[in-house]
Design a protein around this ligand. Structure first.
Ligand code: ATP
Ligand code: MG
Length: 400
């Protein structure tokens, strides 16, 4: 006897309504992709769940691979037995023995397949009685707060016996909310913002601005490392690497220093918009948090955002830095983010940046800037890379 299945539950509430079918299909496809390296393992949809058949493969790598898949609420190791009371009794005892530390237990039978002749209450007694006898006083029943809760679920195709559950990544299946172009720097915030959007079902393409030789190869590598960490939550990712040196030096020459940062951000947003339109993407996102720095005041956002009417999503807008740092540690990007590097935004960054830049002033200064030519040239010289999935090495929380 051995663990031979994993039962996956998904967020029932989020998946109600007419989108349910397509969400389920997407989730199944994402699960299959996450398990592609576990040869022999099969996943299918059944009775409002997704069932993974292990086919002799050890469950540990499968459990690990499922942890970062968005849209999974929780999942449990399961043993499938025939619809036969004796088989259920032996199965329940096997499951209980997986918890050697348990002093109390409970059997929770559920007869979802009504033609099975024994009802749930009777099954609780028959299975519980067998286990008590087999353990010969080593364990007691506790129906309110058992150390081990053994679920016995009778389905037409067989009975699934489970105990406990792993917490899933929650959220919505990746891809169910469409695509977003995310502005990724090498800092702490933007990878966390990316993760939050992915958790809400948004598939991301990344855009990064770099200014060689002021920003070096290592800075670029660091950003790609962050992308690689994020791919474990959703497979491949396209990265647009935009050369920004020419624009920055041009702005530095043409614009008063107090407006350099504002104009530079406006240029970034214009370029992001062009790439989003080219790729059929409906929104841009970033890691801004209200009031964090001069470029993130309301006045700055008002002036910078003027250049596009594509929605700019800011998942961290109202989050404190400590919370963001906590999340960065949790998702595994923090250690990479804190490595020293030069972001293009810090090159020639004047100390007198306006915290309340005005649209009228920005437009006036831009009269000296070759806005369209420079943006088009940057788009034309953008390098496009695809970063592939890496197997998850995730901490898994076990809920008992
Ligand atoms: P982060 O920690 O994400 O770098 P930050 O607090 O350092 O954020 P800023 O440097 O002001 O803030 O950047 C604000 C946002 O602008 C970033 O979160 C990111 O979305 C975007 N951004 C900044 N620099 C770049 C860059 N070089 N390429 C792409 N996006 C960038
Ligand atoms: Mg930054």
């Amino acid at each position: 006897m051995n663990i031979d299945h994993i039962l996956i539950r998904y967020g029932e509430l989020a998946l109600k309504g007419k989108n349910r079918g397509s969400f389920e299909k997407l989730l199944l496809a994402n699960i299959r992709r996450a398990l592609a390296h576990c040869e022999g393992v099969k996943a299918r949809r059944t009775f409002g769940r997704i069932v993974v058949e292990l086919n002799g493969v050890a469950h540990e790598p499968v459990v690990e691979a499922l942890a970062p898949v968005f849209g999974i609420h929780s999942y449990s190791l399961a043993l499938r037995v025939e619809n036969d009371v004796e088989a259920m009794q032996r199965g329940a005892l096997f499951m209980l023995n997986q918890h050697p530390e348990a002093k109390t237990f409970k059997i929770s039978a559920r007869r979802a397949y009504k033609p099975f002749p024994t009802d749930s209450q009777t099954l609780n007694h028959l299975v519980g009685g067998y286990v008590l006898k087999a353990k010969d006083g080593a364990i007691a029943v506790n129906v309110h707060t058992p150390d081990a809760n053994i679920n016995v679920e009778v389905r037409e195709s067989g009975t699934y016996i489970t105990s406990g559950a792993f917490a899933g990544a929650k959220g919505l299946p990746l891809g169910s909310s469409g695509k977003v172009l995310h502005m990724l720097s090498g800092g702490i915030d933007s990878p966390v913002a990316a993760h939050l959007l992915m958790q809400r079902g948004a598939e991301l393409e990344m855009i990064h601005f770099h200014s060689p030789p002021y920003t070096n190869e290592r800075a670029k590598q660091k950003v790609l490392d962050l992308v690689r960490i994020l791919t474990k939550y959703g497979g491949e990712m396209t990265v647009h690497l935009v050369p920004f040196t020419d624009i920055q030096t041009h702005i530095h020459q043409k614009v008063p220093s107090s407006y350099e940062m504002t104009i530079m951000r406006r240029m970034m947003l214009r370029i992001a918009e062009k790439i989003a339109i080219e790729r059929g993407i409906l929104a841009i996102s970033n890691g801004e948090s209200l009031g964090q720095v001069a470029s993130q005041t309301l006045a700055s956002m008002h002036t910078i955002n003027e250049v596009t009417n594509v929605p700019v999503l800011r998942p961290l807008l109202a989050m404190d830095k400590e919370v963001v740092i906590g999340k960065a540690k949790q998702i595994g990007t923090y250690e990479t983010s804190i490595l020293p590097f030069e972001d293009c935004c810090t090159i020639f960054l004047p100390s007198d940046s306006k915290t309340k830049p005005k649209r009228t002033n920005a437009a006036r200064y831009e009269q000296h800037v070759e806005v369209e030519e420079k943006c088009n040239a940057a788009v034309a010289e953008t390098e496009r890379l695809t970063i592939a999935t890496r197997t998850a090495k995730n901490e898994i929380e076990q809920l008992f």
